[in-house]
Design a binder for this molecule. Sequence first.
Ligand SMILES: Nc1nc2c(c(=O)[nH]1)N[C@H]1C(S)=C(S)[C@@H](COP(=O)(O)O)O[C@H]1N2
Ligand SMILES: [Mo]
Length: 301
Amino acid sequence: MAGRYRSDLKWSDVTAKADYVNRRQLMMGAGAMAIGGALAGRAQAQDDLVPNTWEEITSYNNFYEMGTGKDDPKRNASLLTTDPWSIKIDGMVDRPGTYDLGDILRGKSIEERIYRLRCVEAWSMVVPWNGFELKDLLDQVGVQPSAKYVSFETLVRPSELPGQRRNTIDWPYREGLRLDEAMHPLTLMATGLYGEDMPNQNGAPIRLVVPWKYGFKSIKSIVRISLTDKQPANSWNMLLPNEYGFYSNVNPEVDHPRWSQATERRIGGGLFAKKIPTLMFNGYANEVASMYAGMDLRKYY
Ligand SMILES: Nc1nc2c(c(=O)[nH]1)N[C@H]1C(S)=C(S)[C@@H](COP(=O)(O)O)O[C@H]1N2
Ligand SMILES: [Mo]
């Protein structure tokens, strides 16, 4: 099953690391021919899943703990220490505890997943993440039959996170998933991108990636995971409940109260790039739509 989502060809196999910065230009421009017809054809067949550059992915971020501007996270990234790191896993699990990052990574196969990332603000990127399926971690700790949801929290450390010295959000940043969403093979615990350790501004050392949901569900720098039988609170819903829901599935047919969600701006497309259509479930409908069968997606936004 997982193989369906696995990339058959890694970017690191075909391009030297020094070229990451220019990769998008290579793929988009005449240089694509030089890489070889097979790879160029693959990119097209996958609906233009051309990764954004390292520079784009690491310098245009949302990470309110590091500030609310798009360039604040990169500027403040080095203030955060991510070693040692542990995650407290509690609630309805057989083996609760505080797990060191090393204990979490041991025995996990880290794979590359090239996913679209669609922010609720109507911009998007394509990111080559490295990570393992959240399911593998949940299986490790043993989910009890009573559990129906998973909640996540980011660290609180205002001494290293200047954004946390203001009450923009009721810290910690919180997110949650239904258990079937958490167990879905697309749901990733990401530890890096482009084969490198996760940059701090992207949520080091470990973050969630749920590619069919708006980006705010993909919570960064996780220090706590709890299994519960009640729908957990999530930060943007707590802040503006009429604008941001719990499900937050990417849906071009359900507009945000203040803007359309029908199209998006792909970062790196240049000043005059046309907006591109937003895809139902961000292009992952075949894989995930059945989880929402019979649900009113306007009500459960
Ligand atoms: N802890 C935390 N996680 C977070 C956020 C945040 O502010 N704090 N922002 C979210 C939003 S709105 C988006 S779009 C993505 C952006 O991820 P990226 O910066 O790696 O592209 O992270 C999400 N995870
Ligand atoms: Mo976002």
